[in-house]
Design a binder for this molecule. Structure first.
Ligand code: AMP
Ligand code: GLY
Length: 441
């Protein structure tokens, strides 16, 4: 049977969506890509037959755009449109979507929903937790957890609602003050056990019942060299050959994949619907197995740059199989290579980033390995808009070579920018290995 010629809708216009657009462009299947973004990303526009920007979080607006171009399959990049029900609206309009419906995206949008789901369905890897909407019982629970606690605001906070003991909170009094602040802002919150270990991300494609896992990746949240400084959206990420990471065990990989599977199963039981899209499990390898830090309902940024560069299966086949619930019939493969992604970001990012300055990417030797993020194409050139500006990927047979390639490329992006030269280096990775070694005794 001839394969369908799809008109694909891509929702979103950051570096994550640039990576998705590049993967779609690599497809050997005839197709047309139409993009609806929140800004004009010239990297994506160049790959799209049609490109418009507007309110990507408004279901009706996105549906109108999809109808105008006769879209047959949609992929939603960021979480906000998922939270607003854009996926539900497209499905209602007869368009299959890669990206879960609103009730299932609660896995990302509500910390309470996710922790309760894990507890109700007895899914392993859940730290001790309690949900609060007042201060009642907070002191007792903090006393129980001692110095190991984390306070998480419920709802989408762009990574800013989480405060960790030792990093952001230095006493129970400070913790209670933060809880009070959340209550005053009208937010409920979860307090949970602080886990000690090394974080990694385990992603899969999911059609509601079948999961196809991707290689594990490690992101770097802190802004500065040596994991110092404020938290960011992610400064860079790496993956290793053998589809593992140097500091984790085979059992960590298997446990995290098992937990992803149990979560999808639990979601179906709870909501009666299949989770169709990308599932992002944020895990921590600890001395007693893996713990779930969070789930997200979409690709990670920067991890997507690693994963879709490594992807060795036609992404349109995968997206179509997700829509048709037949992912079990498809082999999904990734190259056995190491990859290092580095972001270059405005000076002052994340707290007081420079904005509106020109950047020049024309000297980047391997434009296929460049992804544009928070930029805007103006008449007089390409402008950085303040968030993470551009990412590059190095791909090689060893982490060392991949790191060197990423470092070379990231330095070729010119502007009032900085990056973390230590991401993917042997010294930093050794720190992770030593840390795990200490914990495992
Ligand atoms: P989240 O938004 O839930 O991913 O939290 C942001 C960051 O806070 C994570 O990437 C972790 O570094 C840290 N974090 C969150 N929950 C925990 C936990 N239970 N134990 C230790 N660190 C945590
Ligand atoms: N890599 C962090 C995120 O996408 O949320």
């Amino acid at each position: 049977m001839d394969k369908q010629t799809h008109t694909l809708l891509l929702v979103g216009s950051g570096a994550r969506e640039h990576a998705i657009a590049k993967a779609i462009t690599r497809s050997s299947r005839p197709h047309k890509l139409v993009t609806f973004g929140s800004s004009l990303n010239p990297g994506i526009a160049e790959l799209s037959a049609e490109y418009d920007s507007g309110s990507i979080n408004d279901p009706q607006t996105v549906c109108n755009f999809a109808r105008k171009y006769g879209v047959t399959l949609a992929i939603i990049g960021p979480e906000a449109p998922l939270e607003r029900g854009v996926s539900d609206a497209l499905w209602n309009g007869g368009i299959p979507v890669v990206g879960p419906k609103r009730d299932l995206a609660m896995l990302e949008t509500s910390k309470q929903f996710t922790r309760n789901l894990m507890a109700d369905y007895q899914i392993p890897g859940c730290p001790q937790f309690k949900h609060f909407d007042s201060l009642e019982g907070v002191s007792d629970f903090l006393a129980e957890l001692g110095e190991y606690y984390v306070v998480k605001a419920d709802g989408l906070m762009g990574g800013k609602g989480v405060k960790v003991a030792g990093d952001h909170l230095h006493s129970h009094e400070e913790a209670i003050q933060y809880c009070q602040q959340l209550i005053e802002a009208g937010s409920s919150y979860v307090i949970e056990e602080k886990c000690i270990g090394e974080e990694f991300s385990m992603f899969c494609f999911c059609d509601g019942s079948t999961l196809k896992h991707m290689p594990p990746v490690q992101d770097h949240k802190r802004a500065y060299v040596g994991d110092e400084g404020p938290n960011t959206g992610g400064m860079g990420s790496y993956s290793d050959t053998g589809h593992s990471l140097p500091f984790i065990q085979e059992s960590d990989i298997l446990e995290s994949q098992q937990i992803n599977g149990e979560v999808v199963e639990a979601l179906r039981k709870k909501t009666g619907e299949g989770y169709k899209g990308i599932l992002y499990g944020g895990y921590m390898a600890t001395s007693s197995g893996v713990r779930v830090i969070e789930f997200n309902a979409r690709f990670g940024d920067p991890e997507v740059m690693n994963l879709l560069t490594l992807l060795d299966t036609d992404i349109i086949d995968i997206f179509e199989a997700i829509g048709n619930e037949c992912l079990d019939t498809l082999d999904v493969n990734f190259l056995n290579k190491a990859s290092v992604c580095k972001y270059t970001v405005p000076v002052g990012y994340p707290d007081a980033p420079a904005k509106g300055f020109p950047i020049d990417t024309s000297t980047v030797e391997k434009p296929d390995q460049l992804f544009l993020g928070a930029v805007d194409q103006r008449e007089d050139g390409l402008i950085a808009t303040g968030s993470r500006t551009a990412a590059v990927i190095g791909l090689a047979d060893t982490l060392m070579e991949a790191e060197q390639e990423a470092e070379t490329l990231v330095n070729q992006v010119i502007g009032n920018l900085f990056h973390r030269p230590d991401i993917g280096t042997a010294a930093l990775i050794q720190k992770r290995i030593d840390h795990m070694g200490e914990l495992l005794g």
